[in-house]
Design a binder for this molecule. Sequence first.
Ligand code: FES
Length: 279
Amino acid sequence: MWDYTDKVNEHFRNPHNVGKVENPDGEGQVGSLACGDALKLMFKLDDEGRISEAKFQTFGCASAIASSSALTDMIIGKTLEEAEKITNKDIADYLGGLPKQKVHCSVMGREALEAAIYNYRTGKTWSKEIEGEVVCHCFGVTDKEIEEAIRNNDAQTVEDLTDTCKAGGGCGNCIPELEAILKRVTAEMEAEKNKPVQMPMTNLQKIHLIEDVIDREVRPALRQDGGDLELIDVAGDIVTVRFRGACSGCVVSAITLKDVVEARLKENVSEDITVEEIK
Ligand code: FES
């Protein structure tokens, strides 16, 4: 017997929004009866583009029913952009948590919502294959879903993956590939965690860097032709300069300004920099 929260039991015993929406704007079906879990989700939008009605039909266990019921409650009143931000973890949290082995029920809810939104936007039926390469053929689980299970649900072992998205829970042929994906994504996540946080430059640091780039990359070239450049001001991403010597009356100074001065500063300081000349 699974240890379900009161909220899961409540949604399982008295599920909300069971049934069919007449003339739905979007509908999506995931899972299959052969696998023991299937969920169909339908919704209708109001004139403001908010979900006014959402219903589901499911063939699944208590947690599948509770997850679907919770999901329909969560999406009613939301726009599609808001609804698609709901993760399977949000569904599980809404229910006060799900047993580890039942997390895949919340994933199924998330997928059904994705499928229904896809159907609304394209008029087509969503299929998992378009979202990546199928790795686990027993349950039709793609590499993208496996990566999501690792990143969003903290799956750390093949067993965790089976609990989350069923991958690896059948013949076991996909296990070497699951292990390889686990290794790769875990290493990527570790590297992301250890990446030093880039602090934005202060204005003073930016001015010093601009002066340095002008000294090293711009001034020597201008001086070769008897010209020079003076830094007048830096206001946000606008850099104001004045040409000196031969450059000040040069007919191609506008080109020098953009192709040399601005180009070097964009490359070395910030892509957003614009250089303006003051006479
Ligand atoms: S291919 Fe994944 S369990 Fe069979």
